[in-house]
Design a protein around this ligand. Structure first.
Ligand code: FES
Ligand code: FES
Length: 167
């Protein structure tokens, strides 16, 4: 079987995999990183969202071999219980999860939304989250978590609606 090497959360992971092995299988079964979930296997739910070279992708629709030589970040590489990522903290504060099954994918997608500075208003955030399904929360608290995180960052950078002319 061919070897695939992927830098996962900063660690080089080389494993022999079948050509049909999906990235999500590589992460869960070969790297033992079970935080990336499988909800549908058909690219609809977003539970399997990870970052490939800094951009969110659904790891159930990417062959492991397609990520060979690239960098992947999973939820395990985002924060820790002792030092949560600001978006994880916002999820906690806004009560943005219930069963938590969708949460790793939501957080990975949310970080990508924040990276692209798309968190400008609820409608935009909802649009950006269309590929991530949650059957528990009704979405509003997830949207609030991402918006609050974006708001804090804007404040830290000294941007206010007044200063940016957005009143
Ligand atoms: Fe990948 Fe649902 S498991 S989108
Ligand atoms: Fe249960 Fe989203 S919190 S599916």
């Amino acid at each position: 079987m061919p070897k695939v090497t992927i830098i996962v959360n900063g660690i080089v992971q080389t494993h022999e995999v079948e050509g049909r092995t999906l990235l999500v299988q590589f992460l869960r079964e070969h790297c033992g990183l079970k935080g990336t979930h499988v909800g549908c296997d058909t690219s609809q739910c977003g539970c399997c969202t990870v970052h490939l070279d800094g951009r969110s992708i659904k790891s159930c629709t990417c062959l492991a071999s397609m990520a060979d030589g690239h960098e992947v970040r999973t939820i395990e590489g985002v924060g820790s219980v002792e030092a949560l990522h600001p978006l994880q903290r916002a999820f906690n504060e806004q009560h943005a999860l219930q069963c938590g099954y969708c949460t790793p994918g939501m957080v990975m997608q949310g970080i990508d939304i924040l990276r692209r500075e798309r968190a400008t208003d609820d409608a935009t955030i909802r649009h950006e989250l269309e590929g991530n399904l949650c059957r528990c929360t009704g979405y509003q608290n997830i949207v609030d978590a991402i918006a609050s995180c974006a708001g804090r960052r804007a404040q830290a950078q000294g941007h206010t609606p007044e200063s940016s002319g957005e009143a």
